[in-house]
Design a protein around this ligand. Structure first.
Ligand SMILES: [Mn+2]
Length: 356
């Protein structure tokens, strides 16, 4: 054997020894994690990490510099910590690892998550009874079972129309009852949830409140389905954790709704993150819907975006419909008028028929 081969042979052995040792180390870290979990101690201990690094570098005889050694060991520490985080994710109640089968939510006979396409339609904001009743009648004609409408509107500017409040909920309930529809409406204040239960079939938590943890907890405490929208700058992981807040309090009936995220692109109001749909379907057992109105902000994109949502596996589509969008108090650029809505539904029906 040549000298080079001999040295390479020793190097191969050292590699295997390092491999064995870092895995042995990982097992010890897991053991420590288990002990800490029993004593409800935090897993990450920066003081302990600093002590370990100091001990290691003080024994360092080179040829590696201390900085290099610190860098290598920090990577090993981080990997061990991430190993424990993977265990943690396995335990999320919304995860498919925890519950492999789809969650199906029955709302007024619409079984969301059952593999069929469902629609949530209605005006952006409740402006009056006539307006809501006109939309309710139109959506009923297409077999849509869920009527949306904003009574409490969290607007970007405090000077924009803030909604009719409880009066808006009363109007929604009346119009929904007349057409046998279920009501989906946003609640922005944890203190309003109890009162809203009399009017709503689904509590909507809007994008701007996705990380309003007190609101999430309050929605988790009641027995009413929740439609949770993704925050405008929320990662998928943050979105999933927001849903976990709700389920951790006992409420298992959660619908996730992708509604576009903020990017540098200006051609649309937000950027519809269409790949979020299959990711959420893989990672969680919850139904996933797509709000085509707020993600695109463009009437001409509602239909193609809705088709894309269904093609990629969404359980439903949410869109805004207004009898006269030009005079709407909010989102006038992207709501559909009634004839446009009829065409939209015809096209969607064609698509879902062809998919069968
Ligand atoms: Mn709107």
């Amino acid at each position: 054997m040549s000298e080079l081969d001999q040295v390479r042979d020793r190097l191969d052995n050292v590699n295997l020894e390092i491999l064995q040792l870092i895995n042995e180390r990982a097992k010890l870290v897991q053991q420590i994690g288990d002990i800490k979990a029993k004593q409800s101690m935090k897993r990450f201990d920066p003081v302990r990490e600093r002590d370990m690094l100091d001990q290691i570098t003080s024994s360092n005889d080179g040829p590696f510099e201390n900085a290099t050694i610190e860098h290598i060991f920090k990577e090993i520490f981080k990997a061990s910590l991430e190993l424990q985080e993977d265990d943690h994710r396995k335990a999320l109640l919304v995860s498919r690892k925890k519950k492999p089968e789809n969650t199906i939510i029955d709302i007024n006979g619409a079984t969301i998550g059952d593999g069929n396409v469902h629609f949530v339609m209605g005006p952006c904001a409740v402006e009056g009874y006539e307006q809501v009743a006109t939309v309710a009648k139109a959506i009923k004609q297409h077999g849509v079972k869920l009527l949306r409408g904003g009574a409490f509107k969290p607007r970007t500017s405090p000077y924009d129309f803030q909604g009719l409040g409880v009066e808006g909920l009363e109007i929604l309930k009346k119009a929904a009852k007349e057409h046998d529809l279920a009501v989906v409406s946003e609640i922005v204040n944890p203190a309003h949830i109890e009162e809203a239960l009399d009017y709503l079939d689904v509590i909507q938590i809007g994008a701007r409140n996705m990380q309003n943890f007190e609101l999430l907890k309050a929605a988790g405490d009641v027995d009413k389905p929740v439609l949770l929208k993704r925050g405008l700058s929320a990662t998928i992981s943050e979105f999933i954790n927001a849903a976990e807040y709700i389920i951790s309090r006992g409420n298992k009936n959660i619908i996730l709704c992708e509604r576009g995220i903020r990017t540098y692109e200006k051609a649309t109001r937000n950027t519809l993150d269409i790949s979020a749909v299959p990711i959420l379907k893989q990672e969680t057992h919850l139904p996933v819907m797509v709000d085509v109105t707020h993600s695109t902000g463009r009437r001409d994109l509602l239909l193609p975006a809705a088709k894309a949502a269904i093609a990629i596996g969404a359980d439903g589509v949410m869109a805004e419909v207004h009898p006269d969008p030009a005079v709407a108090l909010s989102d006038s650029a992207q709501q559909m008028d009634i004839p446009t809505f009829h065409r939209f539904m015809e096209e969607m029906k064609d698509m879902t028929e062809r998919m069968k």
